[in-house]
Design a protein around this ligand. Structure first.
Ligand code: GLN
Length: 225
């Protein structure tokens, strides 16, 4: 079986386990909660859930799992949702005073709480690569979500693929600018090599297509380098 760990220090980790266990592929998986370096040592892949990124990083440091996580990210598939997406980024803006420890893994700059107070939390139909069925759109749940500001892969990095976008019309005025349909601000799901990032929470809906994607493409896929 493939062992998928869910970092279980804070945030929406139980919901990810429930979603993984509902997949048609579930019998090929063992899903465990990760709280210690030993737990992490058993994993073939990891999900970092949404919650509060500063708190998760602090708890990771206290429990001795922060440096092992940094090593893990270098060679194994990792999916970050929301706060987890922040931790997977290379650079963060709007970090809390005292700073934010990151794991890296995705060559992007992200802004915490990037939607501002008016639209801190919202739901929106997403434009998803390979899943453009208007009858059956995927609804993204965004909760004080981060915003992708820049893609910064260096020539040696795997390319970044945009997996899901938000309609440019949904951008709050503070983020909107003309000619924005290719702007990183509307990118809400990205894949880079083994890693996957969603700024929304697929585990809070009953739609498991993103869980299926991570398992099939990033973990089991042969074409995942
Ligand atoms: N705003 C949170 C943070 O900055 C993320 C919110 C979430 O994970 N839903 O860490």
């Amino acid at each position: 079986k493939v062992v998928i760990g869910i970092l279980a220090l804070q945030g929406a980790f139980v919901e990810h386990k429930t979603a993984l266990e509902k997949l048609p592929l579930a019998r090929k998986l063992e899903v465990i909660f990760v709280k210690t370096p030993d737990d992490l040592g058993r994993c073939d892949a990891l999900i970092i859930p949404g919650g509060e990124s500063t708190t998760i990083a602090l708890l990771a440091r206290i429990s001795g799992v922060l440096e092992p996580l940094r090593e893990f990210v270098k060679s194994k598939p990792v999916w970050g949702t929301c706060a987890g997406a922040i931790l997977l980024s290379q650079v963060v803006e709007n970090a809390k005073k005292g700073g934010q420890e990151l794991l890296g893994g995705m060559s992007i700059t992200i802004a915490r709480n990037g939607w501002g107070s008016q639209v801190e939390s919202f739901e929106a139909a997403l434009d998803v690569e390979g899943l453009r069925n208007p009858e059956d759109p995927f609804t993204g749940v965004f909760i004080r979500a981060p915003v992708v500001l820049k893609l910064t892969p260096s020539p040696d990095d795997p390319p970044i693929k945009v997996i899901a976008k938000l309609s440019p019309n949904l951008l709050p005025p503070s983020l909107a600018s003309p000619g924005h349909s290719e702007e990183p601000k509307i990118f809400v799901a990205l894949r880079q090599g083994l890693h996957f990032l969603t700024t929304f929470h697929p585990e809070l809906t009953n739609d498991n297509r993103f869980h299926e994607y991570f398992v099939r493409e990033c973990i089991l896929g042969s074409n995942n380098k």
